[in-house]
Design a protein around this ligand. Structure first.
Ligand SMILES: NC(=O)N[C@@H](CC(=O)O)C(=O)O
Ligand SMILES: [Zn+2]
Ligand SMILES: [Zn+2]
Length: 373
């Protein structure tokens, strides 16, 4: 049995850091484990302009500096955290202009634009209700600039069963989108179904610069759990995220995709912090907070597939495929996990006294992060 895994430092290609005090509570966990992260723009109000993205990036850097100065972290940890680079994203609305897209592409700060179908998920109200009808010119500009569209891929039609909303999205939005904008670069975020896996697997086309046109991120919870987790012994709000966990057959398809070595699939935790009392209420928020323990969880998923013995497949998913898609260099240094038990606390400090409950709170994981350089 393999005892140590060494890979190039990973990146998180789908992350929620929030803002203000919440940001200060969660940013260190990511900066300690990931060299870069695609930071989601679903703040209140959303990050819709390059100017706002630059300002938000500044607040993230300031939060990292504050964490470093807090006396909580060793000099080695602080050195790792100081290397963290947030990659910013614009929130697509009906009012986004082609000129803002051009500005974003030239900014060097904004790496993508995010589609939230209006009403699909947390803070999506400002999103788009008819992508192809409302955003044609903007999508054309993105296609020309090579700026990727990141997609929360669920239809919002209340008549579609909540467990079918991603599969329906493949047919009603993804397929026409690919047809109308064949050179638009797209990331199907946090995929949860066999239908999404198949769609992404079948599209291996590349642009004139040799970059993939379609890719997908996968979360730790969708690799490790099926929808039974939400109802185990009672209603489990900390297992509720969007898209919601699916049947076992879909989880198996995701595991196969993540460990396939195909360049289309890469790591995106979708770590989405919500205070404990806002998850455990009559209308609980969607989102799982996984950032501090995500890497041991991904290792566990790969081990379930017998795909850890040779750490190259794990490295491709965590550290190589994402940079290749985004046209960025692979991180220098070494990230190491050892087969040692790692306990997840029941609760972590957060903005209110209720704190935050991390994904798999109270459990012991098989892998511990031992080197971050
Ligand atoms: N995944 C979630 O359940 N929640 C995310 C939003 C999102 O990624 O859809 C959040 O911002 O809380
Ligand atoms: Zn989403
Ligand atoms: Zn998300």
């Amino acid at each position: 049995m393999i005892q140590t895994i060494q890979i190039a430092p990973p990146d998180d290609w789908h992350l929620h850091l929030r803002d203000g005090e919440a940001l200060e509570h969660v940013v260190a966990a990511t900066a300690l484990n990931f060299r870069r992260a695609i930071v989601m723009p679903n703040l209140k109000p959303p990050v819709t302009t390059v100017e706002q993205a630059i300002a938000y990036k500044g607040r993230i850097h300031a939060a990292v500096e504050k964490a470093c100065a807090s006396g909580t972290y060793s000099p080695e940890q602080q050195a790792v955290m100081a290397k963290f680079e947030p990659l910013m994203v614009l929130y697509l609305t009906g009012a986004t202009s082609p000129s803002e897209i051009e500005k974003a592409a030239l900014s060097g700060v904004v790496k993508a634009v995010k589609l939230y179908p209006a009403g699909a998920t947390t803070n999506s109200d400002a999103g788009v209700s008819d992508l192809l009808g409302q955003c044609g010119e903007v999508l054309k500009a993105m296609e020309v600039c090579g700026l990727p569209l990141l997609v929360h891929g669920e239809v919002t039609d209340p008549n579609v069963d909540v467990f079918d909303r991603e599969a329906a999205f493949v047919d009603s939005v993804m397929k026409p989108l690919r047809k109308q904008f064949p050179n638009l670069r797209v990331v199907f975020e946090h995929i949860t179904t066999k239908q999404a896996v198949d769609f992404v697997t079948e599209h291996s086309a590349r642009d004139s610069q040799g970059r993939l046109l379609l890719a997908a991120t996968i979360t730790p919870q969708h690799l490790l759990y099926n929808r039974n987790a939400i109802f185990k012994g009672g209603l489990q709000p900390h297992w509720y995220c969007l898209p919601v966990l699916k049947r076992e057959v879909h989880r198996q398809a995701l595991l196969k995709a993540a460990t396939s070595g195909l360049p289309q699939f890469f790591l995106g935790t979708d770590s989405a912090p919500h205070a404990k009392h806002l998850k455990e209420m009559s209308c609980g928020c969607a989102g799982c907070y996984s950032a501090p323990y995500a890497m041991p969880m991904y290792a566990e998923a790969f081990e379930q597939m017998g795909a850890l013995e040779d750490s190259r497949l794990f490295e491709q998913f965590c550290s190589l495929n994402g940079p290749a898609f985004y046209g960025l260099p692979v991180n220098e240094g070494i990230y190491e996990l050892k087969r040692e038990p790692m306990e997840i606390p029941e609760r972590l400090p957060f903005v209110t006294d209720s704190g935050i409950v991390p994904l798999r709170a109270g459990e012991t994981l098989d892998w511990t992060v031992t080197r971050l350089s």
